[in-house]
Design a protein around this ligand. Structure first.
Ligand code: GLA
Length: 600
């Protein structure tokens, strides 16, 4: 272990040096692999981490920033001794109990992969300063898992670096290191910190280093547990799904020509390349009665070639296909629906080749939500095709509490969206407090996009798209993509904004400040920075400010001693303008509009 930066001999620094020595003795026998970078000032946590990491169940108390939190955790193993699930409960004063879990999938190609699951009982937004409380414990558990996974045959060319800090400015993140040569690795930049480390875990070069960073462990031959999730596995949704759906623009006026032309347009417009990969057919595709064997059949006037050939066409364009039904006796438009036909309909959808099922809630005959949705989720799984499952329950029975457990990848949180500012703002208000429930493989769905449907202004659509992205919402376009004007195109294809939506970061954005008509929404990004939306709900322009300290972006006193080192880079995601700011960012925000920024 190497202690770097300031040469002061504070008790913390001495403790860090001592731990360095202990760790260094073990490093000799170990070479390269996993590096854990820890904030060296917090030696107490460091010690706890060292003590705790060789146990498979335990309880740890952490004190950060004057707050004490207690965590109990346990790791469940399969009969081959491999960890398959990690559960932990965290009690934070004044916030209550949070229960979280990771499932561990053992995949021979990529090694163990941790599947993040979050079911939190927190009532409100997690305060920015409290977030890092979770991480030291996660890392301890991660190490447990890695220990317990010994013997796995996994191997990777790039090792991850687990970076943890007890200050929001350092953030907490998992970093891939790029191999420079046989023994040197480059740690990606995070908050101005960039390191080159060698196979012994020593920092051999660095930029913007502070005494607050210490590499505590470099370990060889441990299988890598990928905290960031593997690349999109079929049937799962590690990032919010993106695509197009027929309902918002076309309602029941759909046919196979529209779907084929939309497939073509998704490709030619660049939408597919920007990430919109699902083409979802909503209600009214169904014939009015089931077939001779009780199976669902497509409306033969509107879909004369049948669903199989349509799905083949969608697939041939490099897209995936989605279909719709309802957990009731009829769909919302009165077509045959799936209740009590789950297995048969799921097999039909799989046979046609659908990759995504949206399952609605009409005509449910008072049968319990969870039972109905679970029956179809299980049937879809049993049908054997990897499928994204979209729970469309309108938020009535709080599906964010059970959607993930049942196996859904997204759940509607509200009634249907309309192409109006009032509707968008109303839905937005209903998202407050739901951020705790979203994460890889389980997303809050504030409903599909209305961008480009013509009843809102350009600024209103910019606000709608900015906010949906900040909320990690599924980005399912709902306009006619065959004829988009430049304004619509510029919004739906803004890759910088899409990147915020697709950044899992473990956390959906939330309302940071509500000053009436002016609001500040913020989302911690996995690079340690923030995405911010300044929202003006008023009908006149407003000047809206966010203090960097509100985001926990403070600069240590010793850094401030040197001129202007507290500057932060700000990227305006709609004007593409890049500036440096000190202390606060202020922007003029148009009426019914938003400014979206990334602050590094
Ligand atoms: C419900 C859903 C909508 C749409 C219609 C179709 O209202 O919430 O998204 O699927 O049904 O009938």
């Amino acid at each position: 272990m190497t202690h770097i930066g300031a040469r002061s001999r504070t008790p913390a620094a001495m403790m860090a040096a001592l731990l360095s020595l202990i760790a260094a003795t073990t490093l000799a026998a170990q070479t390269r692999g996993t590096f854990v970078v820890l904030n060296g000032q917090d030696t107490a946590s460091l010690e706890r981490f060292e003590r705790a990491h060789d146990r498979l169940t335990g309880s740890i108390e952490t004190r950060v920033g004057g707050r004490t939190s207690r965590v109990t955790y346990s790791i469940l193993k399969d009969d081959r001794g491999r960890p398959v699930r990690l559960e932990y409960s965290l009690t934070v004063p004044q916030r209550g109990l949070s229960t979280n879990a990771f499932d561990v999938r053992h995949d021979s190609a990529s090694g163990p992969v941790m599947l993040y699951e979050k079911e939190s009982a927190f009532a409100g937004p997690f305060p920015a300063g409290a977030v890092p409380l979770l991480y030291p414990l996660s890392i301890a558990m991660l190490e447990d898992l890695m220990d317990a996974s010994r013997g796995s045959t996994a191997s990777r060319s790039d090792a991850p670096v687990f970076v943890w800090g007890n200050q929001p400015t350092i953030g907490a993140a998992t970093r891939q290191v790029a191999r420079i040569d046989a023994s040197t690795y480059d740690v990606a930049e995070m908050n101005g910190l960039r390191l080159t480390v060698n196979g012994d875990g020593e920092i051999v070069a660095g930029k913007g280093l502070t005494s607050a960073v210490t590499i505590i462990r470099a370990v060889e031959d441990r299988p890598v547990v990928d905290f960031r999730r593997s690349p999109a596995a079929p049937g799962e949704s590690p990032t919010p799904p993106m695509g197009w759906n027929s309902w918002n623009k076309f309602g029941c006026r759909i046919d196979e020509r529209l779907i084929r032309e939309t497939a073509d347009a998704l490709v030619s417009s660049g939408m597919r390349a920007a990430g919109y990969r699902f083409l979802n057919i909503d209600d009214c595709w169904e014939a009015r009665t089931r077939g001779a064997n009780g199976e669902l059949v497509a409306d033969s006037t509107r879909f004369p070639s049948g669903m199989k050939s349509l799905v083949d066409y969608i697939h041939s364009k490099g897209l995936e296909a989605g279909i719709y039904s309802s957990g009731g006796t009829a769909t919302c438009q009165g077509r045959p629906a799936t209740l009590d036909h789950e297995a048969q309909d799921a097999r039909t959808f799989a046979a046609w080749g659908f990759d995504y099922v949206k399952y609605d809630n009409c005509n449910a005959r008072n049968r319990p939500e969870q039972v109905r949705f679970k029956a179809m989720i299980d049937a879809v799984k049993a049908a054997g095709r990897s499928t994204v499952f979209s729970i469309c329950e309108w938020g009535e029975a709080r599906p964010w509490l059970w959607g993930r457990r049942l196996g859904g990848q997204l759940w509607r949180t509200t009634e249907d969206i309309r192409d109006s500012w009032l509707s968008v703002m109303g839905i937005l208000d209903q998202q407050v407090g739901l951020e705790a429930y979203a994460g890889p493989d389980g997303w809050n769905d504030p409903d599909m996009l209305e961008v480009g449907n013509g009843r809102m202004t350009h600024d209103e659509y910019v606000a709608h798209f900015s906010l949906w992205s900040l909320l990690n919402a599924p980005l399912i376009a709902g306009n006619d993509v065959r004829m988009m004007d430049d304004s619509t195109r510029a919004i739906l294809l803004n890759r910088n904004v899409i990147a915020v939506d697709q950044d899992w970061g473990g956390r959906q954005g939330y309302r940071l400040r509500d000053d009436g008509a002016s609001e500040v929404w913020a989302k911690p990004m996995s690079d340690g920075g923030w995405a911010v939306v300044l929202l003006n709900r008023a009908t006149t322009p407003a000047s809206i400010q966010v203090q960097l300290s509100e985001l926990g972006m403070t600069t240590p006193w010793w850094k401030r001693l040197f001129a202007r080192t507290d500057a932060r880079r700000v990227h305006d995601l709609w004007t593409d303008e890049r500036t440096l700011v000190h202390g606060a960012v202020t922007r003029e925000v148009p009426p019914h509009g938003a400014v979206m920024l990334r602050i590094e």
